[in-house]
Ligand binder design. Structure first.
Ligand SMILES: [Zn+2]
Length: 169
């Protein structure tokens, strides 16, 4: 699984591709923080020991997108746009996880829940696994390197999306 940094950057890119980047600064900050939160939120399942299961699925994405549109989260101009942004940003998370090196069983994510409880994992890994051996030097080194790889891959895409969507009034 990628780090929260990789997930957040991808969430911003997808969110801004769906809805233009908010302006001026305050809406932009509010939008960015919300998009980043949505993109990392599937990993809250670590708290109740169901990692990579229901929260990493199309079902969870649909529930969160409905909630976001209903409560008008500050990530889009209209309810359909908010729904679309939340749906796609949430889905970036399980998709990125499934394109990562995964050494901890169950391997992959329960992408199609509630339609299927099978685990999906790509044979092609673009992202390094992050370590959760808290407090070890090896964890910090490995996670920092993984986050830098993610940033190197996603930041150029994010920059282009921001350039296009910032001027796209
Ligand atoms: Zn995850």
């Amino acid at each position: 699984m990628p780090s929260p940094i990789g997930h957040s950057l991808a969430g911003l890119a997808v969110g801004w591709a769906t809805n233009r980047a908010g302006r001026p600064l305050r809406p932009l900050v509010l939008q960015s923080v919300t998009l980043a939160a949505v993109s990392v939120a599937p990993d809250l399942d670590l708290l109740w020991d169901r990692h990579s299961r229901e929260t990493h699925s199309i079902g969870a994405a649909l529930i969160i997108a409905s909630l976001a549109a209903w409560r008008r989260w500050p990530i889009g101009a209209t309810r359909p746009r908010i729904f679309l942004a939340a749906l796609l940003v949430w889905l970036t998370h399980p998709l990125m996880d499934s394109f990562s090196i995964d050494n901890a069983p169950p391997v992959g994510v329960m992408l199609w829940w509630p339609f299927s409880t099978g685990f999906v994992h790509s044979a092609h890994a673009f992202f390094d696994p992050i370590s959760r051996s808290w407090g070890t030097t090896e964890m910090w080194t490995r996670n920092f390197t993984a986050a830098m790889h993610e940033a190197a891959m996603i930041l150029p895409i994010l920059f282009v999306v921001w350039l296009v969507r910032r001027s796209d009034q």
